[in-house]
Design a protein around this ligand. Structure first.
Ligand SMILES: Cc1ncc(COP(=O)(O)O)c(C=O)c1O
Length: 394
């Protein structure tokens, strides 16, 4: 590991904090490091591995597609692209919606804001404090966490922020110049912050009244994670635009903007574009991912596992479990670093957040009761100061 660490650090810019190991392979909810140690991945490769690691159906679909046609651009029609778009439209269940494919969450959010501006002919975007929308210029401008914005200069103008969850503030800020209101339905990186009851539906009503496009950034909440196919469905709200990335292709880089009829109405050739977006390999991964998700209705397991987590993860040091489905924040009574380190020693991967007290759980939707019991056992060992013995190893 020391030699690999040195090699990577010599040639890759040091822009990420890292776990102290290199992974060699993954299967289901588990990954193995180069030394052969097995880890239980409750971080889901950063909310990407929705169906678990290396889901066989997705691996087969991309292998087949790679042999047939690895790439051609959007200048040609593509059966797999059309089918992937249809599968996403069906899953989101917004009548008359259409898809634009791109490559990352930030790019999808850029596209969504552009769509809102094109659809309304207005310039201004509203966003919420505590949100994260990506690191490209406009996505970063919409991000409401200062630490991400500090290193960047020359951020896009025409974006202002209102407090998340504050309907009166949204009402005061909306006006005839506002093209779009972008937000994460549940703020993930902020530390799993859920909206107060009625906030999202109230926001939808306000946006409609002002002719403003409501944009749900579903890069983390989407595709079954909240116990319904989308956060929009979980909260029974119909936004004008939804963005997806991370889990969409089970790890093959891809993203999508789903435009409802109001947002799609005025779009014409040249308004949005991307060389790689909607390429056949990515679309094969998207189609296979959405087929498995839909056939197995995996969002129901997300709801079941949330209920189980709430019932069984009960400890004096655990103040609260925030979030919904399998986007959960364990709020501790003090900074969570020590507990995260303890879990890592027991070979269980979890996430941190902007809130130092919060441990984020973003496991594959296929996670089982047995795997949650491993987490419970490890937490109980940590809090009762029992030594680590590699809890997730067979
Ligand atoms: C809610 C949300 N939006 C957008 C992004 C940006 O996605 P990407 O890193 O694919 O550009 C992220 C990434 O973590 C995210 O969590």
């Amino acid at each position: 590991m020391t030699r690999l660490k040195k090699l990577e650090e010599s040639f890759v810019l040091p822009t990420y904090a890292k776990f102290p190991f290199a992974l060699a392979r993954g299967r289901g909810t588990y990954v193995w490091d180069e030394a052969g140690n097995r880890y239980l991945d409750l971080y889901g490769g950063h909310a990407v591995c929705l169906l678990g690691h290396c889901p066989p159906e997705v691996v087969a679909a991309i292998s087949e597609q790679a042999k047939r046609l690895l790439f051609y651009s959007n200048l040609v029609y593509s059966r797999v692209r059309a089918q992937a778009a249809k599968a996403l439209v069906r899953l989101c269940d917004i009548a008359g919606s259409q898809v634009f494919f791109c490559n990352s969450g930030a790019e999808a959010n850029e596209g969504a804001m552009r769509l809102a501006r094109l659809a309304t002919g207005r310039a201004r975007i509203l966003a919420t404090t505590g949100s994260f929308h990506g690191r490209t210029a406009a996505a970063l401008a919409a991000t409401g966490i200062d630490s991400y914005k500090k290193p960047a200069h020359g951020l896009a103008r025409d974006v202002s922020h209102v407090p998340f969850g504050d309907l009166a503030a949204a009402q005061a800020a909306l006006g005839p110049d506002v093209a779009g209101f972008i937000l994460e339905p549940i703020q993930s990186i902020a530390g799993i912050v859920a909206p107060p009851a009625g906030y999202l539906s109230g926001l939808a009503r306000l946006c409609r009244r002002h002719g403003t496009m409501l944009i749900f950034d579903e890069v983390q909440t989407g595709l079954g994670r909240l116990g319904a196919p989308t956060a929009a469905q979980a909260f029974d709200v119909e936004p004008d635009i939804l963005t997806f990335a991370k889990a969409l292709g089970s790890g093959v880089p891809c993203a999508a903007v789903l435009a409802g009829p109001r947002a799609a109405a005025r779009i014409k050739s040249g308004d949005l574009g991307s060389t790689f977006g909607g390429g056949p390999l990515a679309c094969a991964a998207i189609l296979a991912t959405l087929e498995i998700l839909t056939q197995r209705r995996l969002w129901r397991n997300a709801a079941r596992m949330e209920a189980l987590a709430r019932r069984t993860l009960v400890f004096p040091a655990l103040r609260e479990i925030r979030g919904k489905g399998l986007l959960l924040g364990l709020v501790l009574d003090k900074p969570s670093q020590e507990v995260r380190d303890g879990l890592l020693r027991r070979r269980i991967l979890v996430g941190s957040s902007q809130d130092p007290r919060v441990i984020r759980l973003l496991p594959p939707l296929t996670v089982t009761a047995k795997e949650l019991a491993l987490l419970r056992g490890a937490l109980s060992d940590i809090w009762e100061a029992r030594p680590a013995k590699g809890a997730s190893n067979p």
